[in-house]
Write a protein that binds this ligand. Structure first.
Ligand SMILES: *Cc1c(COP(=O)(O)O)cnc(C)c1O
Length: 416
């Protein structure tokens, strides 16, 4: 039978989903297959890239049927794309969540969730170690709409609990945090939320569901910058929020208004990147551990922050709750000022100097220069950013090459 073009792409979510497997599937099987139709509309093994800003109706009656929700199908590109639905189902399966909503970036995901959930007079409480743009959105922008942001020290659960009042609507943290790699006790965190009937959100970008699945600990929402490990190839921006269908309903509706959606090509890149997700994560975890142990034993390094090291403040908690500790390492060069630290960054040969993390290419940066250059020194100190700090995102290169490279670069620390 030949398919007519109009039949080729079916947008009905129920029609396109392969029935749930009856066998329990491993992580890599899920990332390769979940959310996809087993036999696709044009018999291709890969999903088609549907470049359509709008979707056609055969007649007026089908428009009416659609409005009366008798037909589940596409309407207009801002409300969704078939490829996007595949990736959303795949990410929800990886996360162990009912639903996932895809956004055009991690920040768009955070903004989309918070603007859907918060109104004037509401309050949010943050653990203080976090991506500086997330904090900035709340303190500089949500504040203009009457939302109050409170910040407490990362890991101080008593302080978080006592900051809750009748206006508190959400508790927010990263885990691990950026760039200090602190680990949040997710059970304790979600328990505070449940007892006070306040939603909880974890930005688990640095962990990924391969290393920890916050929903299993009772956290309400998990968000990720899919730009990082999910995409994995430093070639796209995307973001995702996962949670229960019920809690995400208004979030999805608002995304359709905000318009922070991905192009069909971008969604395809993300789906392709996800196919190798487990393999990449295994190598990121291996490289992270290997390089962190090397750095910790190096005389030119005074401090290494990596949850997989016994010296890490939250090592026991990380061991108990995480499958691995990721590729991100923060370390300090011994007795070095910012210029001597920059000399190490400037002399590596394998990692590239760039912000971001989680891709196949190792990336290196000095947080003082890359993210906090225009901050007054007192502010930097407040956020725990030191002059001799380096952040390294281990890619999937051969671990020994990274070690050898850092070994030669560290020799430059005091020749600057
Ligand atoms: C990168 C990042 C973000 C922002 O994501 P974008 O995709 O760059 O918008 C948010 N949180 C964390 C922890 C990140 O690393």
């Amino acid at each position: 039978m030949l398919l007519r073009a109009t039949d080729a792409i079916q947008l009905n979510e129920n029609q396109v989903t392969t029935p749930p497997p009856t066998i329990e599937q491993g992580f890599s099987t899920i990332s390769v297959h979940a959310g996809e139709q087993r036999q696709k509309p044009i018999n291709s093994i890969t999903d088609p890239i549907v470049c359509a800003s709008t979707y056609t109706f055969k007649d007026t009656q089908s428009v009416i049927d659609y409005i009366e929700q008798k037909q589940d199908r596409g309407e207009y590109g801002r409300y969704g794309n078939p490829g996007e639905q595949v990736v959303e189902r795949k990410l929800a399966a990886l996360e162990g969540a009912e639903q996932a909503i895809l956004y055009s970036s991690g920040m768009a995901a955070l903004v989309g969730l918070l603007t859907a959930k918060l109104s004037a007079g509401d309050e949010v409480i943050f653990f203080d170690e976090c991506y500086h743009r997330s904090r900035q959105f709340c303190t500089q922008h949500l504040s203009r709409f009457g939302v109050v942001t409170r910040t407490v020290k990362t890991g101080d659960y008593e302080a978080m609990e006592s900051a809750i009042n009748q206006n508190t609507k959400m508790l927010i943290s990263e885990s691990p945090t950026n760039p200090h790699l602190s680990i949040v006790d997710l059970e304790r965190f979600s328990d505070i939320g449940k007892r006070h009937q306040v939603d909880t959100l974890i930005d688990a970008t640095l962990a990924t569901p391969f290393n920890v699945r916050p929903i299993e600990y009772g956290v309400d929402f998990v968000m990720h910058s899919a730009t990082k490990y999910f995409g994995g190839h430093n070639d796209l921006l995307a973001g995702v929020v996962a949670g229960s269908k019920e809690k995400l309903e208004e979030v999805r509706d608002l995304r359709g208004i905000l318009g922070s959606v991905n192009s069909a090509h971008n969604v395809y890149l993300l789906e392709r990147g996800l196919k190798t997700f487990e393999l990449r994560m295994q190598r990121h975890n291996e490289n992270g551990q290997l390089v962190a142990e090397f750095l910790e034993n190096h005389p030119a390094v005074s401090r290494v922050l990596y949850p997989g090291l016994q010296s890490h403040r939250y090592h026991q908690l990380a061991r108990r709750t995480m499958n691995g500790f990721g590729g991100l390492i923060t370390f300090e060069v011994a007795n070095a000022d910012w210029k001597q630290t920059a000399a190490v960054v400037d002399n590596v040969q394998v990692p590239r100097i760039a912000p971001s993390l989680g891709g196949v290419e190792s990336l290196i940066e000095q947080p003082l220069v890359m993210s906090y250059f225009n901050y007054p020194p007192a502010e930097r100190t407040k956020f725990g950013i030191t002059d001799n700090m380096i952040r390294l995102s281990c890619g999937i290169e051969n671990g020994n090459d990274l070690v050898e490279d850092l070994s030669q670069a560290l020799e430059h620390a005091h020749t600057a």
